[in-house]
Ligand binder design. Structure first.
Ligand code: IPE
Ligand code: IPE
Ligand code: MG
Length: 241
């Protein structure tokens, strides 16, 4: 982080809905998977930009619980892309001191992919430059449902008093339990919706919806959005100080 104070009011946690890979490929007359591969290659530049921008937590939406509705070819291609991404990037992430975590419904994924995810998490456990969280088979409603199930089990087992449940309780059961809430949520590709991403956690996030398609998202675009954030007035329901 620069010590001239430039980014002191920047976002600590940025979450990105990486959208537009399919359209990027279609515009080039190529199959959708070509766009997904181009999109995956963008991730490294964005992760590497984080320390300079003062972004300590970066969470990226890679595959939603709704994305299984796509064709079998696209889904299989994406799953194989995730496996090759982990294989290819693991060492570089560790060397860059990036701690990787995954959120989402893991048991719903292929066993080999799950094993690679566990391994990458364990391998980067002691890294502390950037916290990269990859949302894979993730849906906000699914996450809340799974959390509620575990919470109910704790109540049934007498470990949790229903009277003691407040706003701090549910987040302890969410996949994101160790992460701060996102300060800034970015969505690329011109769609202005959140598509089931971090529903609970983004209650007070700032949003940026930009037209750039994800494979065209550069460090400069990222830096520009982080810069805009500093000018925002976050009131959290109060009045301007
Ligand atoms: C986002 O790009 C990546 C995933 C959802 C896996 P899309 O595949 O949704 O691209 P568009 O929205 O069709 O252009
Ligand atoms: C959201 O994008 C999910 C990811 C970026 C992984 P989608 O392209 O799946 O969202 P919708 O279908 O446009 O809402
Ligand atoms: Mg899309």
């Amino acid at each position: 982080m620069p010590d001239d104070g430039r980014y002191l009011s920047g976002p600590r946690h940025v979450a990105i809905i990486m959208d537009g890979n399919g359209r990027w490929a279609e515009r080039r007359g190529r199959p959708r998977l070509f766009g997904h591969h181009a999109g995956a290659r963008r991730v490294r530049e964005v992760v590497e930009a984080c320390p300079d921008l003062g972004v300590k937590y970066l969470t990226i939406f890679a595959f939603s619980t709704e994305n299984w509705k796509r064709t079998q070819i696209e889904v299989a291609g994406l799953m194989s892309l995730f496996r090759s991404y982990i294989k290819r990037e693991a060492m570089a992430l560790k060397e860059k001191n990036v701690r990787v975590r995954f959120i989402g419904d893991r048991p719903g994924l292929d066993h080999k992919l799950q094993a690679q995810m566990d391994e990458l998490e364990a391998m980067t456990e002691h890294c502390d430059s950037v916290n990269l969280t990859i949302a894979l088979n993730y849906g906000g409603r699914d996450e809340v449902a799974r959390a509620t199930k575990r919470l109910a089990q704790d109540v049934a087992a007498g470990r949790l008093d229903p009277e003691a449940i407040d706003e701090e309780t549910l987040p302890r059961y969410l996949d994101t339990r160790v992460l701060p809430d996102p300060d800034l949520v970015i969505r690329t590709s011109g769609e202005a919706r959140i598509s089931n991403f971090l529903l609970w956690q983004s209650a007070y996030a700032e949003y940026e919806f930009i037209d750039t398609l994800w494979p065209d998202f550069t460090r400069d675009v990222f830096a520009g959005l982080v810069g805009n954030y500093a000018g925002r007035d976050r009131r959290f329901g109060g009045v301007k100080a």
